[in-house]
Design a protein around this ligand. Structure first.
Ligand SMILES: Nc1ncnc2c1ncn2[C@@H]1O[C@H](COP(=O)(O)OP(=O)(O)O)[C@@H](O)[C@H]1O
Ligand SMILES: [Mg+2]
Length: 255
């Protein structure tokens, strides 16, 4: 194996000198300023930083939902800038899952129908047993036929997780997935995210404001003004136990 293929084999996602500029001229905003970072397979990374520091932009570019103005993004060994929109859509569909703060479930569909959506978008049908297994994995085997309006916020976010995971994506991107949840339900969702990394060696990249949420990760990356300002590696024995240390790093960034 050459060193090049080896490198792409261990990195689920890589950004090389990624810059993202919104607007032009006097209105130009540099949301990402020369960011280079890799995300190893089977790891959980939290991305933190003040509001407007570029967290969502980093996630959108890393997930191929948006394109950097310059630089390169490699997902599952593929330079996504070299793909046309159709190929990029297929790559996202086959390798990437998303969870958002606002759940984004379809209100008229049941939990099971929501979970099946990504499979339908791929022009296939999910076996009912697979849909049930996905809902069981997030603890909702008894809510299969409920619609989002009949579920709590935490349950809705777990449906969204099951929907993101049914395609077994290499990488799950989550933008403030616990932002709308109370402490107890946040923990359930965070434990599930930790579990997919530990049990299925999937990769999770999560934006969060919450030091407790970030403490479930293996690493915290701090952004400021579109640049990586700091990183903190959390050894397994320190996991979930040092939100204060993470909060301290955040406070230094914001000062
Ligand atoms: N679609 C857009 N058009 C113009 N400016 C944008 C757009 N999206 C984000 N920005 C700007 O880019 C910067 C980074 O935004 P964002 O990535 O959303 O930050 P964060 O998620 O850390 O709050 C901010 O200054 C924001 O105003
Ligand atoms: Mg954001």
């Amino acid at each position: 194996m050459t060193s090049t293929t080896k490198a792409t084999a261990v990195e689920a996602v890589q950004l090389w000198s990624a810059r993202k500029v919104y607007g032009t001229g006097d209105h130009a905003v540099t949301a990402l300023d020369d960011v280079s970072i890799g995300f190893l397979r089977g790891t959980f990374t939290a991305i933190m930083g003040p509001s407007g520091s570029g967290k969502s932009t980093l996630l959108q570019c890393a997930a191929g939902l948006d394109q950097p103005t310059s630089g390169k993004v490699v997902v599952a060994g593929t330079d996504i800038g070299a793909l046309d929109e159709t190929a990029r859509t297929v790559l996202r569909r086959d390798h990437i899952g998303f969870v958002f703060q606002a759940f984004n479930l379809v209100g008229s569909l049941t939990a099971a129908q929501n979970v099946e959506l990504p499979v339908r978008f791929a022009g296939k049908r999910a076996a009912p047993a697979d849909v049930l297994a996905a809902l069981a994995e997030v603890g909702l085997a008894d809510r299969v036929h409920h619609r989002p309006g009949e579920l709590s916020g935490g349950q809705q976010q777990r449906v969204a997780l099951a929907r993101a995971l049914i395609t077994r994506p290499d990488v799950l991107f989550a933008d403030e997935p616990t932002g709308a949840l109370d402490t107890t339900t946040s923990r359930e969702v965070l434990r599930l995210l930790r579990g997919i990394v530990d049990r299925h060696a999937q990769t999770v990249i999560m934006v969060t404001h919450d030091p407790v949420a970030a403490s479930y990760a293996d690493r915290v990356v701090f952004l400021k003004d579109g640049r990586i300002a700091d990183q903190l590696v959390l050894p397994p024995e320190h996991r979930n136990s040092h939100p204060a240390a993470i909060a301290g790093h955040m406070a230094r960034l914001e000062s």
